[in-house]
Design a protein. Structure first.
Length: 301
């Protein structure tokens, strides 16, 4: 197959970004982030931007879709999809190899599996209207516009249902879309190792000022409700800072939630495989093994 994209995917805390940057440095590439929260400015520690990972042997690797939008604005699947193709064509124009890196399963699937996404007229107004409705009301709306939803995960939360409704109602196609053939490399050290790394990373981020980061956002008049909708770190730390839960409960609940998130990520990737997506799995973020996979499969033009 003539691939035109290299994707590095896997659950949280496995070293995707660092490996992708090393590979991009070696193969003259640039990186598009597929992370639903790193698109927001000021969400640094909690989302693990780790921008130093993009510096390899003193050279900064160009990256896209990080720090592109200010809260409290929303960023959704279709926004990512549009941005992706703009970035993709820019990388090609730079005569570089495009890399897609991240763990947001829906974003990755939309590109790798060539979703036929279209734009909705007056999308902002529609989102505001949908956000005012209950979970059951949203579920009924989705089943009306799409009686046979493709993904059961569309019903996981109000945000996911809203996103699915937006997709179902869309009509205007993306103008610069091209067919993507992605060479996919996954990193999965195993659940026990991932849980251990999540715990270590959580301690590190708390020590680096993750609570203070959320305090800063609250002081910028970002509402607690908006931060809670971001999930994980921002949800539980906001609940702690607003007095809903104790520090100990915040720590314990957040650790469990991140572990559950990592499990859901792997479930998503396995679903992609069942749907025909080929993923070359590595037990670790091994540069040499990943380099060989790319050399043996990707034709550079």
């Amino acid at each position: 197959m003539n691939y035109n994209l290299i994707t590095i995917l896997g659950p949280t805390a496995v070293g995707k970004t660092k490996l992708a940057a090393q590979l991009a440095h070696h193969f003259n590439g640039e990186i598009i982030s597929a992370d639903s929260r790193q698109v927001y400015k000021h969400l640094d520690i909690g989302t693990g931007k780790d921008l130093t990972d993009y510096v390899v042997e003193g050279k900064k690797i160009n990256y896209y879709l990080i720090d592109v939008i200010e809260l409290p604005a929303e960023f959704n699947l279709f926004d990512f999809y549009k941005y992706f193709f703009t970035c993709y064509h820019q990388i090609k124009a730079n005569n570089k190899t495009p890399f897609l890196v991240g763990g947001t399963g829906l974003y990755l699937s939309s590109v790798i599996q060539n979703y036929d996404l279209k734009e909705v007229e007056k999308e902002k107004e529609l989102i505001e209207e949908l956000q005012s409705k209950s979970y059951n009301e949203l579920k009924n709306i989705l089943l009306e516009v799409n009686p046979k939803p493709h993904n059961i995960t569309d019903f996981e939360s109000k945000e996911r249902i809203i996103q699915a409704i937006i997709v179902a109602k869309a009509q205007k196609p993306v103008e610069n879309k091209v067919e993507i053939y992605s060479l996919n490399i996954g990193i999965n050290p195993g659940r026990d190792v991932v849980k251990k790394r999540i715990k270590e990373r959580l301690e590190k981020r708390l020590n680096e000022g993750m609570i203070q980061e959320v305090e800063f956002l609250l002081n910028k008049n970002i509402s607690p409700e908006r931060l809670i909708r971001l999930g994980l770190e921002y949800k539980f730390i906001t609940e702690y800072l607003t007095g809903k839960i104790s520090l100990v409960q915040m720590h314990n609940d957040l650790y469990r939630a991140i572990c559950a998130f990592a499990k859901r990520q792997m479930t998503w990737f396995r679903k992609m495989e069942r749907e025909g997506v080929k993923i070359f799995w590595l037990n670790e973020a091994d540069f040499d093994k990943a380099k060989e996979i790319i050399k043996n499969n990707y034709v550079f033009v």
